[in-house]
Write a protein that binds this ligand. Structure first.
Ligand SMILES: O=C(O)CCC(=O)C(=O)O
Length: 265
């Protein structure tokens, strides 16, 4: 499974401009080294232009959903479509989307935990649907949006359900870069799965974002790491068989004693 992870900068408040940019990037990418899957960052259509979202958010997932479906089908690539501001029944959600290479939507979820440090709770509504697995090419996968990475219960639920890869789509600030890396390594080690992330670079409204998109293998080793400041595309092919191998070498899931975790929920 060859991944192209796009560590992009985002034009603030310009969904049309950002969609055009992604279309051109993908065309170029497919023409040079065609990936099986692409991964985009969080809120890539608007950036954190929260005060403008009433006017520029998608409505019921459109036009971003239709745009990504068309791209996926045209180029026959799976799209981990990052997330975008999405207005549904008057409330704005931070919605993630996954489209398969036939152009079909296979998963969507709304960011559950809203970030106080970025004023998200003042503008957005938290998702109420639980995270769940989806499959691409027979591989079991999960997806978390940025701050949701800090809540280990979500990744654990996905891993217990069988996730072999968990994607993270983010706009993670440089101020907490050490957390960004350590949390992904921890999630990979404790859940013995691949963690693959796309984080934006650049800055908006005085906040710098730290890039450092990662591919961490099920052993917890970082096999690919983006720079902190540069727009770049990370290409990485992963071998899913590593998940089963590591899970049999260190059989954490067989060693679990769930009746001792009653306080967890
Ligand atoms: O948890 C953090 O430190 C960053 C979270 C964040 O920036 C986000 O969810 O957009």
């Amino acid at each position: 499974m060859k991944h192209a992870i796009y560590q992009m900068d985002i034009i603030p408040g310009d969904p049309e401009g950002n969609r055009k940019h992604i279309k051109e990037w993908l065309e170029k990418q497919v023409g040079t080294e065609k990936p099986d899957i692409i991964v985009l960052p969080e809120m890539w259509t608007t950036a954190y232009t929260l005060a403008q979202l009433e006017k520029i958010a998608d409505l019921d997932g459109e036009p971003t959903r239709g745009f990504l479906k068309e791209l996926a089908k045209k180029h026959h690539v799976h799209i981990i479509g990052g997330s975008f501001a999405n207005k549904v029944d008057g409330a704005i959600y931070n919605t993630a989307l996954v489209i398969n290479n036939e152009g079909e939507e296979v998963y969507t979820y709304d960011k559950i935990h809203l970030v106080p440090m970025l004023d998200e709770p003042d503008y957005l509504t938290g998702g109420k649907k639980q995270v769940r697995l989806f499959e691409l090419d027979g591989v079991k996968m999960g997806l978390l949006i940025c701050y949701d990475l800090r809540f280990p219960e979500l990744a654990r639920e996905l891993a217990i359900a069988g996730a072999e890869v968990i994607y993270i789509t983010a706009e993670w600030p440089s101020a907490r870069k050490d957390h960004w890396k350590a949390l992904q390594m921890a999630r990979a080690i404790e859940n013995q799965c691949y963690i693959i992330s796309s984080n934006r670079v650049g800055s908006y409204n005085g906040v710098d974002f730290c890039g450092t998109s990662l591919v961490v293998d099920p052993w917890g080793t970082t096999v690919k790491e983006g720079s902190e400041e540069r727009v770049e595309t990370l290409i990485e092919t992963i071998a899913i068989s590593n998940v089963e191998r590591i899970r049999s070498e260190v059989p954490v899931f067989k060693s679990r004693v769930p009746e001792m975790y009653q306080g967890w929920k």
